[in-house]
Design a protein around this ligand. Structure first.
Ligand code: NAG
Ligand code: NAG
Ligand code: NAG
Length: 515
């Protein structure tokens, strides 16, 4: 369902609980039954979502950012003493013989699958096995059947890992029976289905190696989050980093489209026209230089699935409330823990995803002015254009895949959620500043990858923002001060990974080298 992803909480307990609650049933649903539950039939959700913070919005529209504020915002991160590593420092050798084939079936969205791929390489290495290119499950929410080779450059993947592990794109004939369908229809001796969350290297040696040795193949599923981040040999940890930051690149047509979008964002005429029309010429020239050719990517995941799962109220009135409650009932059958809380309780704890309006207010408060180039990385926004109109009026130069690329350019990715997400990932990675409206897999993947290349990433302080938005008395200057203060330490400075945290979100120290 993908819902566990915005529940990846600060505490491991929360994340674990939701993985158990949500991931496992999903896996079973997806492997043992045909993919069925798409959205329930048309619901009447016709009430237009209204702006909910009109007082702040009025203040934001008239905002003026000081030169100092803008220059600090756009200034790249300083050198923090951590760099990418020249090589991942391994005297890695291929084992002389392979113990057999490792197959994994990966669920979740693109970013969760990405972590699964990195872990699969590590497991193959631990076992001296040959990795079969991972099978990407069709996610019931996003419904994209694109395969690994349609998303990632498989030749690059294999050649980068050439000295580390053996990889095959297909099983040899004698194992061709080992398919997803084979495992979906009965209990099979070669399927490992009890890998614990965050299993150790020893667990794999004790439980999977014997299967490999008996049958020559082991199919592990579920596999997401099934390899520990702690107590791993350095060599294995470095290999996971190498996969994530070097081996996994998108197919050429995604990179080409991403490059075009990036260059249109950097060099499009929109902004200079705006500056020319501005009568405050002197000021605007200097200001414009600060942000010249720069852009922000805003990742906005605000789809119905997420809105419903959060159990928060988003101001779309009774119709929307009913529609979301019904969706929750159909998809999760009353298992959404949040629904026992009121909207106010959830908001005061910062557990509601920010709406487009709210993240717009946050960006405005941080000092982004109305000439900011904003790229909206987003799939479907629940409530559609009506829901993003406030954000658009705060940031008139907002673009997305659709506004920047022609329909010919988009033909190859149209309707394919994973490829669309891949383009957004690529543009996000190349942006000057990345912000996401909610914590989740995309945010974590991007935060980790951008830390690796020392690029700015703003992490919204949900615990601060929830209560701020509840307080209807707040004036714009008060809101602005609180937001600036509450985000000083959330702009991408290196935070060393702590126990149990993901190396893909916190790549230092495991994946990085000190200068
Ligand atoms: C941008 O903000 C300035 C200053 O607040 C204002 O004068 C201008 O009209 C705004 N431009 C747009 C396109 O909203
Ligand atoms: C894998 O190969 C290495 C070196 O060839 C060897 O030291 C190690 O014991 C092997 N591990 C397994 C599980 O076969
Ligand atoms: C908001 O303002 C009202 C009236 O001025 C006051 O009674 C109330 O305590 C204020 N609420 C907060 C959260 O400050």
């Amino acid at each position: 369902m993908g819902c566990h992803r915005f529940h990846q909480s600060r505490k491991r307990g929360g994340a674990m609980a939701s993985i158990f609650v949500l991931l496992l049933p999903i896996f079973f649903a997806s492997i043992f039954t045909p993919l069925s539950h798409s959205s329930p039939a048309i619901l009447s959700e016709s009430n237009l979502p209204k702006p909910r913070h009109s007082r702040l919005f009025k203040g934001a529209l008239q905002r003026e950012s000081s030169f100092e504020q803008l220059s600090e915002l756009w200034m790249p991160l300083p050198d923090q003493g951590w760099n990418t590593c020249k090589d991942f420092g391994m005297a890695s050798r291929l084992p002389e013989t392979s113990e057999g084939y490792i197959q994994v079936f990966l669920d979740g969205g693109l970013n969760q699958q990405r972590m699964g791929i990195c872990d699969a390489v590590a497991v193959a290495k631990i076992l001296n096995a040959t990795l079969v290119i991972p099978y990407l499950e069709v996610n019931p929410v996003w419904q994209d059947s694109s395969t690994f080779v349609e998303i990632f450059d498989v030749d690059h993947f294999i050649s980068i890992l050439n000295d580390d592990i053996r990889v095959v794109t297909e099983l040899p004939d004698e194992y061709s029976w080992s398919t997803r369908e084979y495992y979906a229809t009965a209990i099979r001796a070669t399927r490992i289905k009890n890998a614990p969350v965050h299993a150790s290297a020893h667990w794999y040696l004790d439980n999977v190696l014997p299967v490999l040795q008996s049958y020559g193949i082991a199919a592990i599923s579920p596999f997401s989050h099934r390899l520990d981040f702690d107590n791993m040999p350095m060599e294995i940890q470095r290999l996971r980093c190498k996969v994530n930051f070097q081996a996994l690149v998108f197919v050429p047509h995604i990179r080409a489209l991403g490059d075009s979008l990036v260059s249109r964002l950097r060099y499009s005429p929109g902004r200079s026209e705006m500056v020319r029309d501005n009568y405050l010429r002197e000021v605007s020239d200097a200001r414009d230089d600060l942000a010249a050719g720069k852009f922000v990517v805003l990742h906005l995941r605000f789809d119905k699935d997420m809105a419903a799962h959060s159990a928060c109220d988003f101001g779309g009135g009774k119709a929307e409330k009913l529609a979301l409650a019904k969706y929750r009932q159909v998809i999760w059958q009353g298992r959404v823990l949040n629904s026992q809380f009121t909207d106010e309780e959830l908001r005061s704890q910062g557990r509601c995803p920010l709406t487009p309006e709210e993240i717009g207010l946050v960006l405005a408060a941080l000092g982004f002015d109305n000439s900011t180039r904003l790229y909206l990385a987003s799939h479907k926004v629940y409530g559609g254009e009506a829901r993003i109109s406030t954000l658009r009026s705060l940031f008139p130069l907002m673009e997305d895949k659709k506004s920047l690329a022609s329909s010919e350019e988009r033909a190859k990715i149209k309707g394919k959620a994973s490829l669309l997400a891949a383009v957004d990932y690529y543009v996000g990675l190349h942006s000057d500043i990345f912000v996401s409206a909610s914590p989740g897999n995309m945010h974590n993947a991007m935060a980790g990858h951008r830390t690796y290349i020392n690029m700015k990433t703003i992490r919204p302080n949900m615990a601060l923002l929830g209560p701020l938005f509840l307080n209807k008395n707040l004036t714009w200057p008060e809101f602005q001060r609180a937001v600036i203060e509450g985000h000083k330490n959330r702009q991408g400075y290196i935070r060393l990974r702590k126990g149990q945290q993901s190396i893909y979100t916190y790549p230092a120290p495991d994946c990085m080298c000190q200068a």
